[in-house]
Design a protein around this ligand. Structure first.
Ligand SMILES: Cc1cc2nc3c(=O)[nH]c(=O)nc-3n(C[C@H](O)[C@H](O)[C@H](O)COP(=O)(O)O)c2cc1C
Length: 192
């Protein structure tokens, strides 16, 4: 560690990195990622978010869960089976972001999901600042009850995303510069 990026540079330049590789994320790097995650805003401090780390051989077990979540998976073509088994092998670390919205008179479930989303974004930004790559993925695996069960989630827990974290293994995308005025307007609008 040590070679980390200025916060504003990280926030304004981060891109998602779809192709990731080893070496493994170090315990120090992981600690930073989760310290950042736990600084997400959280209305009423309900602590709705938790994170599972899947690394090394555990990724194979996750691939198995992905495969066996498919109906009649034994009948799938071999290449489709291999694809599902290998999905978690696309990065040295997969973080499963989990939200368990609680009943609360002032904090709707959506706000609690947003809090977990903010935690995920903090992880993405922290990874980038550490000069790692990361990408937030969901897809059907995040929706399937079989996957949630396989991961040992409790009733009411929701998979907000699988965050793949590793070292950059592709050309980084150059995001287009967006004109801020398309997205940001003064209110009330000035009459001309
Ligand atoms: C909730 C959520 C789920 C996503 N799921 C996927 C996914 O399953 N697969 C994927 O390729 N990209 C997924 N994305 C998009 C990428 O994470 C990323 O935002 C997108 O590639 C744009 O890249 P950028 O972050 O560099 O702008 C998801 C994004 C969000 C916010």
């Amino acid at each position: 560690m040590g070679n980390f990026m200025d916060a504003i540079q990280a926030l304004t330049e981060r891109v998602s990195v779809p192709q990731l590789t080893g070496p493994d994320i170090t315990p120090e790097e992981e600690r930073v990622l989760f310290q950042a995650a736990l600084r997400a805003p959280d209305h009423a401090w309900l602590r709705p978010s938790r994170y599972l780390t899947v690394r090394g051989r555990a990724r194979e077990a996750l691939g198995r869960i992905f495969l066996e979540s498919e109906a009649d998976w034994q009948s799938l073509p071999q290449d489709k089976q291999t694809k599902l088994l290998n999905m978690p092998m696309r990065a040295p670390l997969i973080i499963v972001a989990v939200c368990r919205p609680a009943e609360h008179p002032k904090v709707p479930a959506d706000e609690q999901l947003l809090s977990t989303g903010a935690g995920v974004q903090n992880i993405l930004n922290a990874a980038w600042a550490l000069r790692l790559g990361a990408i937030w993925r969901t897809g059907e695996m995040a929706q399937k009850p079989e996957v949630a069960r396989g991961l040992g989630l409790a009733d009411g827990e929701i998979i907000v995303g699988f965050i793949y974290v590793g070292h950059v293994n592709c050309t980084l995308k150059q995001p287009p510069e967006l004109p801020l005025t398309d997205y940001v307007q003064d209110w009330p609008a000035k009459s001309s």
